[in-house]
Design a protein. Structure first.
Length: 417
């Protein structure tokens, strides 16, 4: 069995190399004959987008284990840390239906006798303001791991569950201390079917670093195992965790998300407005390339299909149906752009000019303005879907992150870098 596994991995790597080499040749010839595919694209950026188009997963005739395998593969690819000035810590928070209000924050971290299904996995990402203290803390956790017979081979979540009680009883949590810094609740993208705090760790770290904000990234339940509105309930549970359990002033909280996470951000705010009218809204929300209309009928799906890496509208619609399940695609929880958005906090909406979801962003901005919601829309010329994640590929990514950080600072306070 091990031999076959090694051979399968070797074949996958050979295939990957072959695809990349083909993309290099394709881009080189095309640029030589026709010039850049998009005016703002360098050779490196065009090669990257072309490779993404070739490798983007298709769920047409996909095997039963497609989604679990894709989730693991994405986490392996994006595993490298956060940022040299940022660090991250695992935490568990109560699910929407299991919430119990308590003044003791540690209850949600150290109650290891609780049913695992009653908890959501999440991660704090925060700046390292005292390197010496951080090194001492890491050494302490290493000793705790060793005392419980754990090694680097153990999954970090498993290790955290085992040692968290002992560690938390002996020290404070610097990232939960009261301060005037903004707090960012981030909802990752991934078509509601893949993605986690691991895949988006670096993007969130860069936003948090520039905004001088602590960020909580929640692993909401994914489709097709969990359909709508499971993800919405988990996002709301994370917000209530911040507001009720940690007693963070909502005026210092920003909610943000990319792609499906951008749509989930709007749906979460609508759920708060409808089911928790007594809970104050966050100070603002940021939607990066939001997927807010899962019908995929906008013109940009057709016009930008060959410049973006998301594939066709029909292909993406299959991901949407995996999430919507029994609900129609035009239901307000599935496609929140179709809902009345009145009462929502100020919005910042970003999109790439050549991405398939560009019209979703434009429709969201128009709907927000029609509902009396303050909304700033910025469509970045020549950029693809969630180009913010590709900071080393184009300076627009860094500029976009800085604009998000400035928006969060202005709405939530905080001194910035």
């Amino acid at each position: 069995m091990d031999v076959w596994r090694v051979l399968a991995r070797a074949r996958a790597r050979v295939t990957l190399v072959a695809v990349v080499l083909w993309c290099v040749a394709k881009v080189f010839v095309r640029r030589l004959v026709l010039g850049p595919k998009v005016l703002q694209w360098s050779f490196k950026y065009e090669l990257f987008v072309t490779a993404m188009q070739a490798l983007y997963p298709s769920i047409s005739s996909a095997p039963a284990d497609f989604f679990p395998r894709m989730r693991k593969r994405m986490e392996r690819v994006t595993q490298p840390g956060t940022h040299k000035l940022m660090t991250h810590r695992y935490v568990r928070i109560p699910k929407y239906e299991e919430r119990q209000h308590t003044a003791d924050v540690r209850t949600y971290n150290v109650d290891e006798g609780a049913d695992v299904s009653a908890w959501l996995e999440a991660e704090w990402i925060f700046a390292v303001k005292d390197e010496a203290a951080e090194e001492a803390r890491e050494a302490e956790e290493e000793r705790e791991h060793a005392a419980h017979g754990l090694s680097a081979a153990h999954p970090p979540q498993e290790a955290e569950r085992i040692v968290r009680a002992a560690v938390l009883r002996s020290r404070s949590l610097p990232y939960l201390e009261r301060s005037a810094d903004p707090v960012l609740l981030y909802l990752h993208g991934g078509a509601y079917c893949i993605g986690s705090y691991v895949t988006h760790r670096r993007l969130v770290a860069l936003i948090g670093l520039n905004a001088n904000a602590r960020a909580l990234v929640v692993n909401y339940r994914l489709a097709p195992e969990h359909g709508c509105p499971a993800a919405i309930e988990d996002a709301v549970a994370a917000y209530l965790f911040l507001v009720h359990d940690l007693q963070i002033d909502p005026s210092r909280i920003a909610v943000a998300g990319d792609s499906a996470g951008g749509g989930l951000t709007i749906a979460m705010l609508l759920w708060l407005r409808e089911h928790h009218p007594s809970v104050p809204m966050p100070a603002c929300a940021v939607c990066i390339s939001p997927w807010v209309d899962l019908r995929n009928s906008a013109d940009s799906w057709r016009v930008n299909e060959h410049t973006d890496y998301l594939g066709s509208a029909d292909e993406a619609r299959q991901w949407g149906r995996a999430y919507a399940q029994e609900l129609p695609l035009d239901h307000k929880w599935v496609s929140p752009v179709l809902a009345d958005l009145s009462g929502l906090p100020p919005l910042l909406v970003h999109a790439g000019g050549v991405e398939t979801l560009a019209d979703d962003a434009r429709a969201l901005a128009a709907r927000a303005e029609a509902s009396g919601v303050e909304c700033t829309l910025h469509v970045w010329e020549g950029m693809v879907h969630v180009f913010h994640m590709f900071g080393k590929m184009h300076p627009f990514a860094r500029e976009a992150i800085e604009e998000i950080a400035a928006f969060v600072q202005a709405r939530c306070g905080g001194g910035g870098r």
